[in-house]
Design a protein around this ligand. Structure first.
Ligand code: C5J
Length: 223
């Protein structure tokens, strides 16, 4: 058993064979200009800034030989899995399914829907396409993790208070022990990120733990 000793609110035990890294939606659609995030009026540069630290975390899990799962927020080309309420909400110039500079916005298989180049999945890593904010909704994620005996999730990705937090809460309700990696997650709104970190670890870790990339990596090399 490894332990992230500096995790908050108290040390987080990592049983290596039962732990997976879960990277949420590190896609061009959220992180590069011209994608879904920027059509909503957000400054995507904030999200791009976490790519190097997230890549270090991913490399550490690869070195340790632990399970790795990437998610992508993606809809079918015919939009049959996109509720009209999701498509119509807001005032964006381009909506889900519209043609943008990186292909159709938030549609599976389009260039903009891919993971950013520095965080591409490798052979053997799990990739889950999800139509919702939570990665467990309408996906095989729970079954895939259970089949591999995964009980612990180290979570990063974007955006902290939307898809990351939703997924972490869904994981909680399914019995997973979750740690959110502070410098491998980001929001378009700094205050929302900070609030999420605090609400996760409040009340004795009501949703889970938080720690930095370095603190997690130290645990992976020090069993
Ligand atoms: C959003 C996400 N923000 N991945 N998706 O719509 O957080």
């Amino acid at each position: 058993m490894a332990t992230v000793a500096a995790a908050r609110p108290y040390p987080y035990d990592v049983p290596p064979q039962q732990t997976a890294l879960l990277l949420i939606d590190m896609q061009r659609d959220f992180i590069e200009p011209g994608g879904f995030g920027s059509t909503l009026g957000n400054d995507v540069a904030r999200l791009a800034a976490i790519i190097p630290d997230t890549a270090r975390l991913l490399a550490g899990f690869r070195r340790a030989g632990l399970a790795i799962c990437h998610t992508k927020e993606a809809h079918r080309a015919d939009l049959s899995d996109c509720p009209p309420a999701k498509r119509q909400r807001g005032t964006a110039a381009l909506r889900i399914g519209d043609a943008g500079p990186m292909g159709r916005i938030l549609i599976a298989g389009e260039p903009g829907n891919d993971l950013v180049p520095a965080l591409q999945a490798k052979r053997g890593e799990i990739v889950i396409e999800k139509p919702g904010k939570g990665a467990f909704y309408a996906t095989p994620l729970d079954a895939v993790l259970r089949e591999r005996g995964i009980t612990h999730l180290v979570i990063g990705g974007v955006t902290t208070e939307v898809c990351v937090q939703t997924t972490m809460r869904e994981a909680n309700d399914r019995g997973y022990e979750c740690l959110l990696v502070e410098d491998a997650t980001e929001s378009y709104f700094p205050a929302f990120k900070q609030a999420t970190l605090e609400m996760v670890r409040a009340q004795g870790g009501i949703v889970g733990w938080t720690a930095t990339v370095d603190q997690v990596l130290a645990a992976l090399v020090t069993p």
